[in-house]
Design a protein around this ligand. Sequence first.
Ligand code: SF4
Length: 469
Amino acid sequence: MMRWTRRKWLKATALAGSVGFWKKAHGQFGWMKPQGGGQRRRRFVPVKENNPAILRHDMNCERCGDCVAICQQVQTVYGHGKNPEEHECIYCGQCTAICWNHGVTERFHLQEVSQAIREKKEGKSKKTFVAITSPAVRVTLGEMFRMAPGTNVEGQLVTALKKLGFDHVFDATFGADLTVMEETAEFLEKLDAPDVPKPFFTSCCPSWVRFVELFFPEFRKQISTCKSPLRMQSAMIKSYFAQLQKIAPEEIVVVAVTPCTAKKYEATLAGEIPEMDYALTTRELGWWLMEWKIPFVELEETPFDSLLGKGSTAGTIFGNTGGVTEAVLRTAYFRLTGKKPPETFFSLSEVRGLEGLRKAEIDLGGRTIRVGILHGTGAAREYLKMAEKMPFDFVEVMACRGGCIGGGGLPTTEIPLTDSLRAARMQGLYATDRESPLRMSHDNPEIQKIYADFLHSPGSETARKYLHG
Ligand code: SF4
């Protein structure tokens, strides 16, 4: 019975939501059909042993084929490479969100993190533990404790992480604000540059970037050079924050708490500039709280720590598809005109919603910018195949349907992952933005301070060294 229900909602909602748009707009939906020529149909998605984000647990797998359906038909990854038998994963974790038997899961970081914190509590280590929490976590973690989807548990989340043993808890909206500052400057610079092909693509979603690298490498140079918000914020914690606190960067352990399994891959990327050490999915945090018997629902509220903790709600809406675009347009308007954008910029209906592709022409004080918003790599594939027929200046792509509020590492409960669940989570983030006095990244006093003290200006040499990859 359960399996039938899951199949039903997968086909009726996840597929239909994306396909409907393409069918209407272009009269085609060929990407729904299994790809890969005469390839034998697999009943599970193969996962390489060295996959940094995803694990397969053969003994739990019932060969139901749900992971194949979501990976091949919705995300258009499995079976779409040159060699259909050689599966290259984009780490989005949509297979882990759909598998109720734990046949496929995230690569767990929970044990290592909880062990390291336990050692500190026992006096065996003096490391400083810093947690950064992504916007989508605050409107989804409550689902694991039977709270209504979209309930904002930001205050309890900070208290819970402090109780678990973190010394500092920062809001990743600060990293999102940094991304807005850098990405806006880069976009406006490239907008008028001769010989720079259009459109300019966002880079905050690592799975989208990997999707392009694997399937459409000809577009790679058009993706922003900005690191993801969590990578930017981790780099600032291990440099600027470490200097201020007089702590050696190697004595700081940065743990991202995120909706995203691809952040586990990002935790392996740090090179010369130290970044995050671990990434816990929202699910892992929920399991940890349950294991340590922390009464999450009853916790009092604590604000995020400041000095890298304060973010604007332009950063908060990053969790929704269209949120990056809306945040960038608010700051781009200010950069081009020197004025606060009109009220319409604080609820841009054209870029909001769950259509597979949304497009808009936005007037930035006399300059019209053509924007496109895509979510789900299936929709991105269809767009990239016909990009020249849809000229845009700026295109936002998030690999998961709905954006990060549909991330692969979010709670899987008895509530089916339908578009109404995604919409409730999205409304949770938009409500936070509506009620906020700080709705533009460039107005964030901590952003102004870090540029004055350390980064100088968006796109400066220091900013490029720490914030671009
Ligand atoms: Fe991760 Fe968000 Fe991209 Fe999904 S949309 S892969 S959660 S960054």
